[in-house]
Every structure is written in C-alpha cells, then in structure tokens.
Ligand binder design. Structure first.
Ligand SMILES: Nc1ncnc2c1ncn2[C@@H]1O[C@H](COP(=O)(O)OP(=O)(O)O)[C@@H](O)[C@H]1O
Ligand SMILES: [Mg+2]
Length: 229
C-alpha cells in the first residue's frame, strides 16, 4: 500500500478495570494525496478513537500508521509531536479555539509552535494566517475573540488553523456536528474547494448522513471494521 496516510491493521482495546472493550478490530486505510475520505458510523462506533490514532494523539493496541512512508508510532516522542504539528491538521466538533487569543493568533498558533525550531519570522506567519483567513472568508474577523464569532465562523477559523502548517492531511471529527444546515453546507463547500484548489487531503468522521451526497468516497465503521458504504 502506498499513500500519503496509510493505516495497517489498526486495533484498539480499552481496558477499564474489568471491562475490556475491543473498539477497532483491524482497520486498513490508504489515503492518497488530494483525496477526501468520509468515515461514517453511529455514536460509539469508534470514529474518534480511529481519528486520534491516525493523528498520533493516541496509540493503537496493534497496527501501524505511516505518514508519507514514516511510521508514526515507531518515532520517538519528539518526532511524533513534530509529525503531529507539521504534517497533520485537526478540526474538532467544538472548534477548540483558544479563548484568550483572537482569530488571527489562533490561526497562527500551529506556526508559532513549530517556529521554535526554525527561523520563520512572525511577520511571515501573520501574512500566511491572513491569507488563510481570506480563503475561509474571515478577513473581517481577524481581531475578534472566539466568543465573538458565530459557530460557523469559529469552525471556518478552525479549518484555517488546521491548514497553517500546510499539512499532508486534515483530520476532521464531526466538523459540522454543532452547526445548522446552512453553515454545515458552507463547511462542506470549503473543504471541497480547499481540496480541489490546494490538493489538501481530508479524512472526515461523522454520524451525519448528509456527507454521502456531498463527498463520493464514504466508508462505514461497523463492528470495528471499515466497510464499503
Ligand atoms: N478512554 C476511553 N476509555 C474507555 N472507553 C473508551 C474511551 N474512549 C472511548 N471509549 C469507548 O469506545 C467506544 C468508541 O468511542 P468513540 O471512538 O468516542 O466513538 P465515536 O466517536 O464513534 O462516537 C465507546 O463505547 C466509548 O465509550
Ligand atoms: Mg466521536
């Protein structure tokens, strides 16, 4: 299998005292660059668990994840954090913007974090962040705090932040779970546009059924395995 993100035989078992929960039972994924993959499944089917493993936020009990050929979990912790910060973007249901920073600073944040090991100037980061905010239609909101943004605006800011370090893949966990229909469609269209114009690949997990109409490439997570939709 070759692809920008490859997952091989992913298993995840949660052990809570006596209770043993085998959530993922051998998941394989091969995502090409410029591909959008939607993974649907009901609540509790293991979608977030899988996304966290793909994004190096959680370790699988068994199996491996390769990003552009590099094995994420064989890397040491520093390399693993670097991969997470520079090669993967995350978008969550509740945006996870930092309340004390404005929109521009939130979008710049992944760049500020990775800058510690490089010489990119703050000015350049600011320019990149402003360009991204322009792309997601938020140029007029750059100095607003997250509490001053609508849900749709906050999620568009989160998408811009996910793109800040030009990641190989953006992982989205129920990105429209907190939005009304109109704002959900706006996020769908934004993802499609970023994918076709910039070639960014996306994996989106969701329990909503509307995604199938929008994005052709849908798989179901069922009984711990990915099945054709
Ligand atoms: N840290 C954890 N410890 C124990 N069980 C967990 C943990 N995280 C998730 N689970 C359980 O694993 C299953 C899948 O959870 P999750 O991946 O969040 O599903 P989804 O995102 O599809 O709703 C659920 O039954 C959930 O209760
Ligand atoms: Mg979830």
């Amino acid at each position: 299998m070759n692809g920008i993100l490859v997952a091989k035989n992913i298993h995840r078992v949660y052990q809570d005292g006596k209770r043993r929960l085998h959530v993922l039972k051998g998941v394989d994924i091969s995502l090409n660059s410029s591909e959008i993959l939607v993974i649907s499944g009901p609540s509790g089917s293991g979608k977030s668990t899988l996304l966290h493993i793909l994004g190096a936020l959680d370790k699988p009990t068994k199996g491996e994840v390769l990003l552009d050929g590099t094995s994420v979990y064989k890397a040491d912790d520093t390399t693993c954090s670097k991969i997470r910060n520079e090669r993967i973007g995350f978008v969550f249901q509740f945006y996870h913007l930092l309340a004390e920073f404005n929109t521009l600073e939130n979008v710049m944040m992944p760049g500020l974090i990775s800058r510690q090991s490089s010489v990119v100037s703050r000015q350049l980061l600011e320019e990149n962040a402003k360009q991204l905010l322009d792309k997601v239609g938020l140029s007029a909101r750059i100095s607003h705090k997250p509490s001053e943004l609508s849900g749709g605006e906050a999620q568009r800011a989160a998408v811009a932040r996910a793109l800040m370090n030009r990641p190989d893949v953006v992982l989205c966990d129920e990105p429209t779970g907190n939005l009304d229909h109109k704002n959900s469609i706006a996020i769908f269209e934004l993802i499609k546009e970023l994918n076709s114009k910039e070639g960014t690949s996306f994996i989106i997990v969701t329990h909503e059924h509307e995604y199938a109409k929008f994005f052709g490439n849908v798989k179901h997570l069922e009984d711990g395995k990915l099945k054709a939709a």
